[in-house]
Ligand binder design. Sequence first.
Ligand code: BG6
Length: 480
Amino acid sequence: MGFKEGFLWGGATSASQCEGSFDLDGKGLSVSDVVSSGSHHSPRRICLDRDPAYAFPSEWGSDCYRRFEEDIELFTEMGFKAYRFSIDWSRIFPHGDDAEPNEAGLDHYERLLSALREHDIEPVVTLSHSEMPLNLVKKYGGWRNKRVIEFYVRYCSAVFFRYRGLVKYWLPFNEVNDMLLPMSAFGQGGIYHDGTESFTEQPDYPNERMNALNNILIASARAVKIGRDINRDFSFGTMICHITQYPRTCCPEDQLLVQMDDLYRNCMCSDVMLRGEYPYYAWTYFRRHGIELELTDKERADLKAGTCDFYTFSYYQSICQTTRAEEFGDQTGGNIMGGVRNPYLELTDWDWPIDPVGLRYTLNKVYDRYRVPVMITENGLGAVDVFEADGSIHDQYRIDYLRRHIEEMRKAVDDGVDLIGYTPWGCIDLVSMSTGEMKKRYGFIYVDADDEGNGTFDRFRKDSFYWYKRVIATNGEDLS
Ligand code: BG6
């Protein structure tokens, strides 16, 4: 069996990483606007006062805010059936607690969505991808404060209503389970403690972080419920950062370690979002870690009433875990988290393990667990590209990476998984989330800009652009 008819081939971006124009058309500052550039070896900094000694890459991104029409032309040329992007909350409600939405922000995304519709590209819209208005952090303490639920729902209601005839697929939160790791406290949770500087090493208070996540899950459910009241055809998806895990050895303790950690990291949030309640192992985890969840009966009912329709996830890699750290000390990096090195896998230049077979394994796992349609909303290879004098970019390594993953997707479809779409990450080059670099590129489309924001920002087709165009034209049959 091959990919189904109408399979949603496309690409994915997020506003703060690609739009630039961070102060245009009434946009307020967001959490991403105060995170500086960094690199593989020097972490990004959180500077609430935007210390001019640092550079802030969300200022320029890939200039997609101003060039979206040109970009959609290129997506159309590749044959995109879908485009996943995020609406920047701080463009719609610049302070987060404004009484009325910002018309210029609403108008921008209306033009973007209309252009996608004109080109028969299905929008897949993320409502929150690290774009919380900074004012909500400063004034309310971010997602720790239950009032933020109300502001998020106000924002969602405004965009649901305005785009009710333009969008079907909504993702309430990007990689919602990233909140299980301290590194996401600021970017995702809007949690800031005086003196915090490093984006990767933030002071951590698990009880407040877990309660912030709980508020996010409640907000998601309430938004889903309201969205359905506005348009019954809306379809809502999870977005889970799936860090697939293997035991490093076959000793039973390693098996158990992975079983428990996989449930907590990879399954808990989607269990809540698709089944409408916290699973038993979540309560056990909270009890064992001294976490006291503030969850009222009304909020429990909200979680039940606002479950999602489909499952989406990002997949970049797998990791290994072991109880025998003294024997297997070698570590790898990774998206959000690394793990013990798997001797069977190669690493990217940023030390992320490459594991196409793990994608098939993961697709079977999540489909077996939830039995709802599945979409892969992020996947891809961050690599340095060489821009040749004639404007070509020969990114065979990216083609190889994607080909091997699509082959495994096809096998998963043959296994019986109901896979409905694939939107590889950074379809147009954009700023890296973890390092703030531009040189860590994912795109089919090259953007002429460097890590400091210098360049023409002109667009160029990479070799992978022509390759992916062929993949889409043949519905995944021709991967050569
Ligand atoms: C995902 C995020 O975790 O990974 C994206 O949703 C991010 O925002 C992507 O860009 C790739 O990670 P990075 O750090 O290479 O940009």
